[in-house]
Design a protein around this ligand. Structure first.
Ligand code: FAD
Ligand code: FES
Length: 261
């Protein structure tokens, strides 16, 4: 990626989402859209608020959730020092943003496509649903731990048949895994496509059932990233042949049978 893809943009809006216990835990961050040619769902940006100065050197990666001609929206869960400071940004603050980075999810307009999201992993699917030429061929399943109103689920369920399951206690996880098994088996049976994004154990479950039922499945990986552009080797994983590959440039989306998770 060349330096021309790094821009300083203004924060347009920061909106807390939902009623989770910690104020500001989930929020939407809307930034000015640089003069990008375009972006595809599954791609991400690295952002670094200008005010971080030398305090935190590396930016933080986030999926592009949504966007229009004037803005880019990210859907963020505050989990640590960087994301908590991003949650405290205000309109007018400046942010360095580079992207769009990485590859994107497969789009097969006429294929029944299952979107499997674990928690914050729902973020790239909002853009996927918005850009898909035939959203009637999509189905969404969300497994979540925090209240449903923390996620853009209702918005998406207006467009695509959607299901969600709350993991409130350990036995709920067994039900979620069995539901995922059933869905992956069903979509494999009808020659469908399975796209998934979520925490690593969630991705491993998708990979396991995709193998078991012969489903064509993609997983989006959220490895820790420092540079986001292939230079630091901080995000390396092994591909299906045991070769080291960078998640930021070769991913973040991989076919489930072509990566070690
Ligand atoms: C391609 C990609 C897309 C992503 N998209 C989103 C998104 O749309 N929305 C969103 O909220 N988050 C997303 N993430 C995760 C997000 O980048 C991390 O939550 C963030 O970098 C944490 O920064 P921090 O300084 O707050 O946390 P730190 O202080 O660095 O860490 C605090 C906690 O966050 C965990 N953490 C740190 N980095 C990651 C990571 N990369 N993935 C998962 N957990 C991490 C740590 O294990 C620790 O528990 C994405 C990550 C990648 C690689
Ligand atoms: S984050 Fe630096 S190589 Fe991928």
């Amino acid at each position: 990626m060349s330096l021309r893809n790094c821009r300083t943009v203004k924060v347009l809006n920061v909106s807390p989402i939902g009623q989770s216990k910690t104020a500001g835990e989930f929020f939407e961050l809307t930034l000015e859209r640089p003069d990008w040619g375009g972006w595809k769902p599954g791609q991400f940006v690295m952002i670094r608020p200008t005010a971080w100065d030398l305090d935190m050197v590396w930016g933080r990666p986030f999926s592009i959730c949504s966007g229009d001609d004037a803005s880019v929206t990210l859907f963020i869960q505050a989990v640590g020092r960087g994301t908590r400071r991003i949650a405290a940004l205000e309109p007018g603050d400046k942010v360095s943003m580079w992207g769009p980075l990485g590859n994107s999810f497969a789009v097969e307009p006429d294929t029944p496509t299952l979107l499997l999201a674990g928690g914050i992993g729902i973020a790239p699917f909002r853009g996927y649903v918005e850009q898909h030429p035939h959203p009637e061929n999509l189905s969404l399943f969300l497994a979540h731990r925090l209240p449903l109103d923390c996620y853009p689920f209702e918005l998406m369920s207006r467009t695509v048949p959607s299901r969600c399951m709350l993991e409130a206690k350990p036995s709920d996880l067994d039900c979620i895994i069995e539901t995922m098994r059933g869905l992956i088996e069903e979509f494999a049976g009808k020659g469908g496509l399975v796209l998934s994004c979520g925490p690593t154990p969630f991705m491993r479950t998708v990979q396991r059932f995709a193998k078991e039922y012969g489903a064509r499945a993609q997983v989006s990986l959220e490895n820790r990233m420092a540079c986001g552009v292939g230079a630091c080797l901080g995000c390396v994983i092994k591909d299906g042949e045991g070769h080291h590959v960078q998640v930021c440039t070769r991913g973040p989306v991989f076919w489930a049978d072509q990566v070690e998770i």
